[in-house]
Design a protein around this ligand. Structure first.
Ligand SMILES: Cc1cc2nc3c(=O)[nH]c(=O)nc-3n(C[C@H](O)[C@H](O)[C@H](O)COP(=O)(O)OP(=O)(O)OC[C@H]3O[C@@H](n4cnc5c(N)ncnc54)[C@H](O)[C@@H]3O)c2cc1C
Length: 399
């Protein structure tokens, strides 16, 4: 039987960062993971370059039943703290767009950095390890592993959400929460492409690969301005991924394909200058040609010259292009979702330490908790910040 000051289940972003911080503060830490490699999602993230944080992190960029919960951790370990750490490790980075920071080179650098930090804290990492059972008594937690038994007064659950089962995602964390009587809020896929009903999908099939800068609005009024991307399954692109976290089955979203254009002023000016120009060619000045052609085939754009376009048609056109209402059929689900919404109810946790209020020594950090960020580095920042808060508590309890 081995004994550790803290055992962390999950060698992802949150688990590794927590282990490193607690280890460096003097705790004897064991990290367990069922996978072959640590930080598998980090390696896949940001197209292989890891969007590791965002310059504009703020609590409003996170979804949770309890929107105040994330504030303390985000304020105590900020994006600037993580940027400083990345700098210390000599990792070059750049801002891509909207404050999103990516490695210049590779996401592997972030994993290497976390492993180096763990090494500095003398953290023990065991991969390919299944946790078969967890028991708690007055002395703490006893974990039965495949082939070993470990004891610890502090158990940290950092097993993430359900998104991308191919990268090792399991419902383990939710089961542990339930075992110890914590409420788990219903989960669903977030930051995920929409699928469309068959007739609409078939009509839009020729558009696969076309991207359009748009403003997308959910039924609850939340809005994102970024690209939408037509795919062979439906709609994707950053604006769609963002809005998917605010979408419930059966709801509509509205898409403004020309958010920066006063369409009637534009058409009136063009009509004045080129009355015989086709509407199709006029709109192709503003939108991808393939989109205009497709919409004309679907009779959403009249086959007319500008001078033939009547007021009613122009109004209908504005509605189509600037308030296109789409009812998604569903989402692509956990298979391609970047995150999982819902999870361990934050009302059961301390926002300062991430410890379960009624279960001393049990902590939940990272994505397993009901805190989900926007696309753009916000989810990693939550992983770092919640891990840091927990690590401070682990360190304090040793003093
Ligand atoms: C393809 C993709 C790209 C992404 N890109 C970005 C990005 O660029 N920026 C950003 O901010 N966010 C991104 N995200 C989201 C981000 O990866 C997660 O929010 C973040 O990894 C959550 O960290 P975590 O430590 O809580 O969980 P994870 O990183 O998922 O780590 C959980 C760990 O627990 C292990 N585990 C699970 N079940 C068990 C079990 N039963 N026993 C033992 N171990 C277990 C897993 O193997 C895994 O190593 C992306 C997600 C995906 C899927």
């Amino acid at each position: 039987m081995e004994q550790f000051d803290a055992v962390i289940i999950g060698a992802g972003a949150a688990g590794l960062f927590c282990a490193a911080q607690a280890g460096q503060a003097g705790c004897r830490v064991l990290v367990l993971d069922n996978g072959k490699k640590p930080g598998r999602k980090i390696l896949m993230s940001g197209g292989g370059r890891c969007n590791f944080t965002n310059l504009y992190v703020e609590p409003a960029a996170y979804l949770s039943e309890n929107p105040h919960f994330c504030k303390s951790a985000l304020a105590r370990y900020t994006q600037w703290d993580f940027i400083e750490l990345v700098g210390k490790h000599g990792i070059a980075w750049h801002e891509k767009t909207l404050g999103q920071l990516f490695c210049d080179d590779s996401a592997q650098q972030i994993v290497d950095m976390l492993m180096a930090e763990c090494e500095k804290g003398s953290v023990t990492l065991r991969l390919r390890t299944e946790v078969l059972s967890i028991e708690r008594d007055d002395n703490g937690y006893t974990l039965q592993l495949n082939g070993a038994e470990v004891k610890t007064p502090k158990l940290v659950i950092a097993t993430g959400g359900l998104s991308m089962p191919g990268l090792g995602a399991t419902p383990f964390g939710y089961k542990v929460a339930e075992q110890f009587g914590l409420n788990v809020l219903p989960t669903r896929a977030g930051l995920v492409p929409f699928t469309l009903h068959k007739p609409l999908l078939e009509q839009l099939q020729t558009l696969s690969g076309v991207a359009v800068p748009s403003v997308v609005t959910a039924e609850n009024g939340v809005t994102f301005r970024e690209n939408i991307l037509f795919t062979h399954r439906g709609l994707s692109g950053p604006a769609v991924l963002q809005i998917s976290s605010y979408w419930q089955p059966g709801e509509w979203v509205s898409v403004n394909l020309l958010p920066d254009t006063d369409l009637s002023a534009f058409l009136n000016a063009q009509r004045e200058a080129h009355p015989n120009q086709s509407l199709k060619n006029t709109l192709a000045m503003l939108l991808p040609k393939r989109l205009v052609e497709c919409l004309q085939e679907l009779k959403q754009i009249p086959d007319a010259t500008l001078k033939q376009l009547n007021g009613r048609q122009q109004q209908a056109l504005e509605e189509t292009l600037q308030n296109w209402r789409v009812q998604p059929n569903g989402t692509e689900g956990y298979r391609t979702a970047e995150v999982t919404l819902g999870g361990v109810d934050t009302h059961a946790l301390s926002s300062r330490t991430m410890e379960a209020r009624n279960v001393p020594g049990l902590y939940f950090i990272g994505e397993v908790v009901d805190v989900t960020g926007w696309l753009g580095g916000y989810n990693f920042q939550w992983a770092w910040a919640s891990a840091w808060a927990c690590a401070q508590a682990l360190a304090e309890s040793r003093r």
